[in-house]
Design a protein around this ligand. Structure first.
Ligand code: UDP
Length: 237
């Protein structure tokens, strides 16, 4: 299977379906970015971050913003929720007897997430985990490297997790590494996902913002400005 990317505001996004992306990741190595409008906005102000996205081995559209943006540009690509995707990867890698490392979230949260995942996923082999509030990056990078995982899930928030993976990639050239935002909090059971109806309508962001109003600042004005930029791109091309 070859990559088939579409462009949005200068970034290539893979057009795989959910199942295709899971299959693809099982046979790839390198960095997977789960991209959203806030990340595209951040990359427009941080060229190092933009390079990381451009050099990633896979970029999947996480969230309704990128799906809408791609639709405006005439591409029919379905969003892939990072959290469901991460879960599917854990199940697939575990079924194949592969080794997993997890880095991120608060200390009690990662403990709980690991406990839950161990009881929920048959055969899961977590060879390393660490919370995401460390000072010495080099130490954690080396520890992950020494545990020789096949799959590393990193949940430090963006862009921190993408920078961390970019460094890890140099140490673990054969592993696949995915940045997953707040997924560990959900797996630990400390944060609830939005009800199915919100997920279906692409309004998970609205539910999360109402529950956690400080997120408002992250979405506005970024999301409407992102849509305006995409419309401009559509008109100019
Ligand atoms: N986090 C972390 N280290 C940090 C900052 C954040 O491990 O220095 C964790 C945080 O505890 C949460 C996750 O990163 O579990 C993602 O946070 P956020 O909700 O900001 O990410 P999003 O899902 O919105 O990308």
């Amino acid at each position: 299977m070859n990559r088939d990317t579409v462009q949005i505001l200068g970034y290539g996004v893979d057009s795989f379906s959910f199942d295709e992306a899971v299959d693809y990741i099982c046979n790839m190595r390198g960095q997977v970015v789960t991209i959203n409008p806030e990340m595209i906005d951040c990359a427009s102000k941080n060229s190092e971050f933009a390079d990381i996205i451009n050099n990633a081995e896979l970029v999947i559209p996480d969230g309704i913003g990128v799906e809408i943006g791609l639709k405006i540009l005439g591409h029919k690509v379905r969003r892939i929720a990072g959290i469901e995707f991460g879960r599917a990867l854990l199940e697939r890698f575990s079924a194949e007897g592969k080794k997993i490392a997890l880095v991120g979230a608060k200390p009690d949260v990662i403990e709980l997430a690991v406990k839950n995942l161990k009881s929920e996923i048959t055969g899961i082999n977590i060879v390393y985990y660490h919370d995401g509030y460390f000072k010495d990056d080099e130490k954690i990078l080396s520890e992950v490297q020494n545990s020789l995982p096949d799959l590393v899930l990193v949940a430090l928030g963006s862009p921190k997790q993408e920078f961390f993976i970019n460094e890890l990639k140099k140490k673990l050239p054969d592993a696949v590494m995915v940045g997953l935002g707040g997924s560990f909090d959900v797996w630990a059971g400390v944060v609830e996902r939005a009800p199915k109806i919100y997920q279906k309508l692409g309004l998970e962001w609205l539910y999360r913002t109402v529950k956690e109003p400080k997120r408002f600042k992250r979405i506005f004005p970024t999301l409407p400005l992102f849509v305006l930029k995409v419309i401009k791109e559509r008109i100019l091309n």
